[in-house]
Design a protein around this ligand. Structure first.
Ligand code: AVJ
Ligand code: FE
Length: 437
């Protein structure tokens, strides 16, 4: 493992900020006027809110906290405070217009790049290894994923396009692999831009288990539907059963039955559900029910991370399933390079030493675990990033999706959401305990 130098990190901060802004510009530039200010779903913000919020967070952390500058427009802070205003009420706020929001975000960015040039990557914890710059690049990319969800929910013709992932030979490896029991290092104390909830590195003991080598596919999930899975309370937790009944769920979000086949709407295009693609847009309750139907269960978060990071030969936890190298296009489907998951079994170069594929990219994977702090957790730099979400209300998702950029995705990265959410790019894989014979 080579530790990046301060100059490597400064270069990385610049490129990741630029990459994030290109993505933001594409997502907010591909629709106009009313489509930027309208709310497509009460679950989402108008795109113009995300845009100004991205600029406002950058102003707060890079201009004010790091560089000690005065606020540019202190009166707008409260409009873009995610805790003051839930998503449902954002369209009725006196938000900046699309033109003002673009100008504001660009103004902040110009000043932030000056700050980046002048700031030593040491000193306080905010500036150490350029953390604040990495945090802000990750923040913008997380909102770029959120904005892509808004695009997916939006009605109307296609405005976003990207090449599909290349065809892959059918995956012929085993359906599951055995991960040996024993301790491993979960979380990190050395990844420079790891967020507070990924820290610190600590020892975790797990019993031996089997985990799927690839994510659950649409084809496999359809077998659960065809077997009456949504009508059978045996597969569901009581809360999950209550939820599917109350909302009459019968298939993943965006699926529609047309005669004998399932269709789905994807960024303005309707297509037959591709059987070999990882299933997408399922909530935790659906993932959990499928697993029970299959005689299996969801992996715990620790099991997921051990599968993604453990190198049995080196007896150590790596940054990614394939090693310590940053993700390249050969490893994983990330960064909205494609606007869909790649077929199950893709990315052989990204497989783990035990042969598990697509842990990083493609679809976020639900785990059985509640979002909880690691032993020794300290909120940084603000309690509202993670700490206020800890508890039984949120389930952890791991591994990132095709919609998230590499800067906001790694073996230790943790995402979380309510178990009913399915507009997110969520799928799953299953596991089972290896019983002692
Ligand atoms: C980590 C994806 C749950 O979108 O609520 C964005 C990321 N935090 N702005 C979210 C986030 C503050 C967060 N998730
Ligand atoms: Fe945010």
């Amino acid at each position: 493992t080579t530790t990046p130098t301060a100059e490597d990190l400064r270069e990385r901060a610049l490129t990741t900020l630029v990459t994030a802004r290109e993505r933001t510009t594409l997502l907010t530039g591909s629709v106009d006027g009313p489509d930027l200010t309208a709310q497509v779903s009460p679950l989402m913000s108008p795109l113009v809110w995300d845009l100004a919020h991205i600029g406002n967070q950058e102003e707060q952390w890079l201009l004010r906290a790091v560089a000690g500058q005065e606020a540019i427009r202190p009166e707008i802070d409260s409009l873009y405070d995610a805790f003051e205003h839930p998503r449902s009420e954002r369209p009725s706020l006196p938000l900046l217009s699309p033109e003002e929001a673009r100008r504001y975000a660009a103004d902040v960015r110009g000043r932030a790049l000056d700050v980046l040039e002048r700031t030593a990557f040491e000193g306080t914890r905010l500036t150490e290894a350029g953390f604040a710059f990495g945090m802000i690049a990750q923040h913008e990319q997380q909102h770029d994923e959120t904005m892509l969800i808004t695009h997916q929910l939006r009605r109307g013709p296609q405005v976003l396009t990207a090449p599909d992932p290349g065809p892959v030979p059918l995956f012929t490896g085993p359906a599951e692999v055995l991960v040996p029991g024993g301790p491993f290092t979960m979380g990190t104390s050395t990844e420079p831009w790891a967020l507070d909830n990924e820290r610190p590195a600590h020892r975790r003991e797990v019993a031996p288990y089997f985990i799927d080598t690839v994510p659950v596919t649409n084809g496999a999930y359809q077998a659960f539907i065809d077997d009456g899975g949504y009508d059978d309370p045996r597969w569901w937790t009581p809360r999950g059963w209550d939820h599917v009944r109350r909302h009459s769920l019968t298939a993943p979000l965006f699926w529609r039955r047309d005669g004998g086949q399932w269709l789905r709407r994807r960024f303005g295009v309707t297509e037959a559900v591709p059987a070999e693609e990882p299933v997408l847009h399922v909530c935790w309750y659906e993932a959990d029910a499928y697993a029970r139907w299959a005689g299996r269960r969801l992996p715990t978060e620790a099991e997921w991370e051990k599968a993604a990071r453990w190198d049995p030969a080196g007896e150590r936890a790596m940054r990614y399933p394939w090693g310590d190298a940053d993700p390249g296009p050969e490893h994983a489907n990330l960064g909205q390079r494609h606007l869909r998951p790649a077929p199950a079994g893709s990315y052989p170069a990204g497989e783990s030493p035990l042969g598990v594929r697509q842990l990083i990219g493609d679809v976020w994977e639900w785990t059985s675990s509640d979002f909880a702090p690691y032993p020794g957790f300290r909120a940084f730099p603000y309690r509202e990033y993670s700490e206020v979400f800890f508890g039984p209300d949120y389930k952890v998702l791991r591994g990132g999706s095709f919609a998230v950029d590499a800067v906001a995705c790694r073996g230790t990265f943790r995402n979380w959401d309510y178990p009913i959410r399915r507009q997110i790019f969520s799928g799953f894989r299953t596991a089972r305990s290896a019983e002692a014979a």
